[in-house]
Design a protein around this ligand. Structure first.
Ligand code: FAD
Length: 384
């Protein structure tokens, strides 16, 4: 696989690197303490085209490829994983299914303002009773007149408060299992939609995560995204793409942790010399660097497969997400170790990296679910 970057990809990465190091990284700790991302920052990012990187220009996006997007996301996450998460949900979980399944009219109405950052989107699949077993969802869509009435509760929704619009999943017939599920586009200002509990989390403190409730929310038939009864295809293919984004988030966090650990190891002296001169520290740094590189190869490979238009890259996306998210936990824990007691204090960013990394093996499919997806595909391939 050829990882030589195009001039366009390099230009985007370098632009985002400069922007993130100046406008995001110096304030990331403050965003976490305030528990929010300033709207002005998201507007600035939208102005740079970062809210719809792969969305075609006719629908307000930058029209770039998936590898360019992944590299841009990595740079933003290196500065703040919370800001990166808001960006990735709007780009991938909300934007990507609209690009692939939306009609022209839906793209004009629901995608264009999201890609321009004027009306952010969110993706609401998880419910109190269904997480890993997503298709066991209980939210209902009941036919009413020319449309449907939606009833139910969605849990742990990223951008749930700041978003203006949502892709939600509901069942029309629970007895049909996953084939009863349909995807809907919902304006959050619709009567009956309410933002419920705002979650208090371990990490990603600036990212907004909340429950959304839907009580007799009427949506007309043209708000159905993709075919009726094929919401599972919309949901799972979107997660394939989203998982590459989580892998990029892991890369960004881990790179930031490694850079901080190197700088600290070179300046912190014990026993009369910088701790970077101790072999124990050097081995930790070497392992961190090697694992980041391995994760990058898996992540960029998955992004390139998607960019090439491969209809299926499920296994590669799961491998990238599984390895990278667990890698980020190992790397950030080692960074805290290299900082010693200081690593546990909020004066340094490594404790934030460590807390943020903990979310990665949980969302968009836990590590256990990624292993299940990979093994299932592997065994199917062996049968062929
Ligand atoms: C910060 C954050 C943001 C999120 N944002 C969103 C969002 O924007 N939209 C959205 O829809 N959801 C979102 N989620 C929800 C997330 O996707 C779910 O938490 C995740 O899918 C896991 O579901 P669960 O929490 O119900 O865990 P459960 O499914 O209850 O799993 C509990 C444990 O059981 C294991 N397990 C479950 N099934 C199996 C199995 N078959 N084999 C082996 N082990 C298994 C799991 O791996 C896990 O260890 C977010 C979550 C977090 C933490």
């Amino acid at each position: 696989m050829d990882f030589r970057l195009t001039d366009e990809q390099k230009a985007l990465r370098d632009m985002v690197r400069g922007f993130a190091s100046k406008e995001i990284a110096p304030h990331a700790q403050a965003f976490d303490e305030e528990g929010r991302i300033p709207k002005g920052l998201l507007d600035q990012m939208a102005g740079l085209g970062l809210m719809g990187i792969c969305v075609p220009p006719e629908y307000g996006g930058a029209g770039m490829d998936d590898l360019a997007y992944i590299m841009a996301l990595e740079e933003v996450c290196k500065a703040s994983a919370s800001v990166g998460l808001a960006m990735s949900v709007n780009n991938t979980l909300y934007g990507d299914p609209l690009v692939r399944f939306g009609t022209h009219e839906q793209k004009v109405r629901w995608l264009t303002p999201a890609a321009r950052g004027e009306r952010l989107g969110c993706y609401a699949l998880t419910e109190p009773g269904s997480g890993s077993d997503a298709m066991a969802l209980a939210m209902t869509a009941t036919p009413k007149g020319d449309g449907f009435l939606l009833n139910g509760t969605k849990l742990f929704i990223t951008n749930g408060e700041i978003a203006s619009q949502a892709i939600i999943f509901a069942t029309m017939d629970k007895s049909k299992g996953h084939k009863g599920v349909t995807a809907f586009l919902v304006d959050k200002a619709s009567p009956g939609v309410a933002v419920m509990k705002k979650e208090r989390k371990m990490g990603l403190l600036a990212s907004d995560t909340c429950a959304l409730s839907f009580e007799n929310v009427y949506v007309p038939a043209d708000h159905v995204l993709g075919p009726v009864g094929q919401g599972y295809k919309v949901a799972f293919s979107t997660l394939d793409a989203g998982r590459i984004g989580i892998a990029a988030q892991a890369l960004g966090i881990a790179e930031a942790a490694l850079e901080a650990a190197i700088a600290y190891a070179k300046r912190r002296e014990q026993f009369g010399k910088p701790i970077a001169e101790f072999e124990a520290i050097q081995w930790m740094l070497a392992d961190m660097d090697t694992e980041i590189e391995a994760a990058r190869l898996l992540t960029y490979r998955a992004a390139m497969l998607k960019a090439e238009g491969r209809p299926r890259f499920t296994r590669e996306a799961s491998m990238a997400k599984l390895y990278s998210s667990e890698m980020a936990n190992r790397v950030t824990a080692r960074a805290v170790q290299i900082f010693g007691g200081s690593g546990y204090m909020k004066d340094y960013p490594v404790e934030r990296y460590c807390r943020d990394a903990h979310a990665l093996p949980l969302y968009e499919g836990t590590s256990e679910i990624q292993r299940l997806v990979i093994a299932r595909d592997l065994l199917k391939e062996a049968e062929r």
